[in-house]
Design a protein around this ligand. Structure first.
Ligand code: DC
Length: 225
């Protein structure tokens, strides 16, 4: 069987990774895997089950008993926690503000990486996260590192929250994004860093369509070379 094409998209919070990855996956007819959603689903489960978020063993016991799956529906990809649709819930502020801690543990990451790699077994894939090009898919055909200024990322998330009716204070949001960037980039286990062979795409001042075009250009250049 020929090797399946893998596209890895990494970058900090709200750089547009999942929006861009979803569009690319749809255009290319590839599977899409949102790895952040998996860490978010575990975090939601831990909050619901009142598991101590600093207790790695307890988190691992929970993860080992937890099924996280994706299903493609007409309105996009849905995320399921033990068959319960949690697509909306995993975006709530309490999850967002706790997910960096949950995702910092070595054993949690090891298990998540294994599940993520299993996803790629039989299909071409677009996968987005923080460690896709460095750890999950180190041999990915295309690696993109998406960046944007903190100000712009906060504005994007603010507008998204407004559209979803989630009450948000802009300055608080900006501070939370900065904190999450710091936590994700300085953690001991697979911190957020650009893979050596990743192509940096700065999306500041660009709309989604322009970012998708840029990445399509990179994909075509690489795959046609
Ligand atoms: O992309 P996101 O905001 O939904 O990700 C939520 C958190 O999960 C993020 O703060 C860091 C963590 N994460 C990670 O550590 N590794 C990944 N591959 C994806 C997400």
């Amino acid at each position: 069987m020929s090797r399946k094409i893998q596209i890895a998209i990494d970058g900090p919070a709200s750089a547009g990774k999942s929006t861009v990855a979803k569009i690319l996956a749809q255009k290319l007819n590839y599977i899409y895997c949102d790895t952040g959603a998996m860490y978010r689903a575990l975090t939601l489960s831990a909050l619901n089950e009142k598991v101590n978020l600093s207790d790695e063993v307890a988190l691992m016991n929970l993860l080992n008993a937890t099924k996280i799956t994706f299903r493609q529906l007409d309105d996009g990809q849905h995320v399921y926690l033990n068959d319960q649709d949690v697509t909306q819930e995993i975006r709530q502020n309490n999850v967002t503000n706790s997910v960096s801690e949950v995702s910092s543990f070595k054993e949690v990451r090891k298990e998540m990486v294994k599940r993520q790699q299993d996803f790629c077994y039989s299909d071409c894939i677009v996968m987005d996260g923080r460690d896709i090009g460095t750890v999950v898919l180190p041999n990915a055909d295309i690696k993109i590192f998406l960046e944007a200024s903190v100000e712009e990322r906060a504005e994007r998330r603010f507008k998204e929250n407004q559209a979803k009716g989630i009450p948000t204070d802009f300055e608080t949001l900006k501070m939370e994004i900065k904190n999450r960037d710091h936590y994700d980039s300085t953690r001991e286990n697979s911190p957020l860093i650009q893979a050596e062979d990743a192509i940096l795409v700065d999306t500041t001042g660009l709309n989604i369509e322009q970012v998708v075009k840029k990445i399509e250009f990179i994909i075509n250049k690489k795959t046609l070379a």
